[in-house]
Ligand binder design. Structure first.
Ligand SMILES: NC(=O)c1ccc[n+]([C@@H]2O[C@H](COP(=O)([O-])OP(=O)(O)OC[C@H]3O[C@@H](n4cnc5c(N)ncnc54)[C@H](OP(=O)(O)O)[C@@H]3O)[C@@H](O)[C@H]2O)c1
Length: 237
């Protein structure tokens, strides 16, 4: 898909990979409607000329506000990128509400946004749903609920692609590796968010089903030979 002239609704577009993707999509001629939560970061994107909806997607009212914008503007591309990583500890019952919130944002909201916007998108000759998952969707580490959310979104993406076969709506799953953003505080090797966004955009333009980015390509190769080894690699990294 050529992004030129397309309207893109991008969640989590105020920081990290989403912010870089917003910039690069705009450079390619797309109109990018950003969703973010933090007021200052939303304002910073507005000052760069983006149209921004400030909404906490965990809240039902936030979801409704974003759906209203998407329906009113008409969306060619929906990018489900907003997510959180932390908050749940299996040994701490007090964190179960954090698990609810994480699963809502990372898994249920992409499903809700897709379902709300799909009727309009189906009428277009060319449209796309981009779901940002993770290498952890293939092989989990010890962030159990995050990994569950991402493998759930991966399964949803695969199933949705099958469901939409023969329509103009393409489903792309983007699987980033470790990327240097606020979400990822690891001290290991991390890809620059600009490069990650560049690879997602390239997959969008090529019409690929999956963007296996950086080390995720290697992980996929290991997984195809030995799923147990791939799981060990992710557990120990
Ligand atoms: N970074 C990595 O190493 C890595 C690896 C694999 C996959 N990923 C995936 O890549 C995607 C982007 O991650 P990132 O590292 O770029 O994250 P990030 O820098 O932490 O940015 C997250 C974005 O999501 C928004 N967001 C968070 N909670 C929200 C909520 N409740 N409602 C609305 N917006 C909300 C944030 O807005 P506010 O700042 O306003 O809250 C921000 O714009 C995620 O799906 C993540 O799981 C990242």
């Amino acid at each position: 898909m050529d992004p030129k002239g397309k309207t893109v609704l991008l969640t989590g577009g105020t920081d990290g990979i989403g912010k870089e993707l917003a910039m690069q999509l705009r450079e390619r001629g797309a109109a990018v409607l950003i969703v973010g939560r933090d007021a200052e970061r939303c304002e910073a994107m507005r000052s760069l000329g983006f149209e921004v909806t400030q909404a906490d997607l965990v809240d039902r009212a936030g979801l409704d506000a974003v759906v209203a914008v998407g329906r009113a503007r008409g969306v060619d591309v929906l990018v489900n990128n907003a997510a959180v990583y932390d908050g749940y500890d299996p040994d701490d019952p007090a964190t179960i509400d954090a698990a609810d919130r994480l699963l809502t944002l990372n898994l249920l909201r992409p499903i809700a946004l897709t379902t709300a916007l799909l009727p309009q998108m189906r009428r277009l000759p060319e449209a796309m749903v981009v779901n940002v998952t993770s290498g952890l969707a293939i092989a989990p580490n010890d962030h159990s609920v995050y990994c569950a959310s991402k493998s759930g979104l991966r399964a949803y993406s695969m199933s949705l692609r099958h469901h939409l076969r023969g329509t103009g709506v393409h489903v792309l799953e983007a699987l980033p590796p470790n990327v240097a953003t606020r979400m990822n505080t690891s001290t290991g090797k991390r890809m620059a968010p600009q490069e990650c966004a560049r690879q997602i955009l390239r997959a969008m333009v090529c019409g690929a089903d999956e963007a296996n980015i950086g080390m995720v390509k290697v992980l996929r190769a290991i997984y195809s030979v030995s799923p147990a080894l791939a799981r060990r690699v992710m557990r120990d990294s």
